[in-house]
Structures are given as C-alpha cells and as structure tokens.
Ligand binder design. Structure first.
Ligand SMILES: Cc1cc2nc3c(=O)[nH]c(=O)nc-3n(C[C@H](O)[C@H](O)[C@H](O)COP(=O)(O)O)c2cc1C
Length: 187
C-alpha cells in the first residue's frame, strides 16, 4: 500500500511534517508513506491556471494519482484550516473534471499538530465540508490531534512523547485497515 502524506506547513521545523515522518516509522513494512510538502505551489490564480497548471501542481497531482490513500497533516490557524494547505488542495481541484480522478472515492485520514491547546480539532472540523465536496472517503473510526507540539518532538524533529506515539500508532493501524478494506478507486 502506498500512502501520500501531505503537510500544510512551509516552515522548516514544521510539527505537521514531523508528525508525518513519525507516522512513516510506525507503519508496517508493507505500507509505504511518501511525505509531500507544498513548496513551490503559487497562490491560486485562475489566469495562471488558464495558461497551464504550474509544474509543482502537476507533480503533486501525479503523486496523488499514484497513492492508494492520502494522509493529511493539518496545522490550525485562527481556529480553522490553514490557507497554505487549502490553496494546495484548491489547485488540485482544478479543472473540476479532475476532481473525480484525484479525489473521488480516494480514502483519506486526517491528523494534525498544533502548539496550542485546541490540538487542531477546529482545523480538522473545518476540513470536513471540503473533503465532502471533493468526494474523498474520510476514515472516521479514530482521531489524532496533538496539542503543545513544541513539547513532544526533540530538536531533530523526532516524536519523543510516548503517549502521542501510541495514539498515532493506534490511529494508523485503524486507518491502514480501513484503506485496505476500502481501496481508493485507481485511475
Ligand atoms: C497565523 C497563525 C494562527 C494560528 N492559530 C492557531 C490556532 O488557532 N490554534 C492553535 O492551536 N495554534 C495556532 N497557531 C499556532 C500553530 O499551531 C503553530 O504555529 C504550529 O507550529 C503550526 O504548525 P507547523 O509546526 O506544522 O508549522 C497559529 C499560528 C499561526 C502562524
């Protein structure tokens, strides 16, 4: 199984990127997790889109198409989803004719880390209508939120909080079982 992890933060020390890296280490050997960022993806501009989608957008689309499932690691900004990640998903959703092959029936898991105490719960809730309109199949059998992320990784980005590791492992095992049972429709 091939999972594409997308993190919605551009900063070098992103806890959401580190969360995906930690997830990679907790998955069984037969499950591959590729971690993708959104560097190089410009702000959505329909005029640019009309002249042809930028190369980083096309490259991300190819990664999505190769994946059996998506794992989104979302930061929380001002009690909602972050613009960087929404902008990336917005590019992927154009032209609308691409939505079924990119997102339709594709399984997705949602996780997030924040330095605040809300632990991305509001960001994750804000993604629900977006996933619904795109036709993604969200695994809802478990949740993974991380508060106070700055206390849970070491200086190299390794997840050192044992409770978080255990909760992430439990989330991943349920998500992988779901993705295996309900495979994304492959193009
Ligand atoms: C504009 C902005 C708004 C933020 N709003 C929230 C928030 O509403 N809730 C929260 O828990 N953290 C909030 N934070 C703190 C983020 O959780 C923190 O920056 C986190 O490290 C972002 O994820 P990253 O490490 O993957 O970049 C905010 C940060 C920024 C820059």
């Amino acid at each position: 199984m091939r999972i594409l992890g997308i993190h919605g933060s551009l900063r070098k020390g992103s806890y959401n990127q580190a969360l995906l890296e930690a997830a990679r280490g907790l998955l069984p050997d037969e499950v591959e997790l590729e971690v993708a960022g959104l560097h190089g993806i410009p702000l959505y501009d329909a005029d640019v889109d009309a002249q042809g989608q930028p190369e980083p957008v096309l490259a991300l689309k190819e990664k999505v198409l190769r994946a059996d499932a998506l794992l989104i690691a979302t930061p929380e900004y001002n009690a909602s989803l972050p613009g960087v990640l929404k902008n990336g998903i917005d590019w992927l959703s154009r032209p609308p004719a691409d939505i079924p092959r990119l997102f339709g029936d594709r399984t997705v898991g949602l996780i997030g880390a924040s330095t605040g105490l809300r632990a991305t719960q509001l960001a994750q809730a804000a993604w629900l209508p977006v996933f619904r309109v795109l036709g993604l199949v969200l695994w809802t059998g478990g949740q993974f939120n991380m508060a106070s992320a700055h206390q849970k990784f070491d200086a190299t980005g390794r997840l050192i909080d044992e409770d978080s590791r255990a909760r992430l492992q439990k989330f991943l095992s349920g998500f992988v079982a779901f993705a295996a049972r309900i495979p994304s429709r492959r193009t």
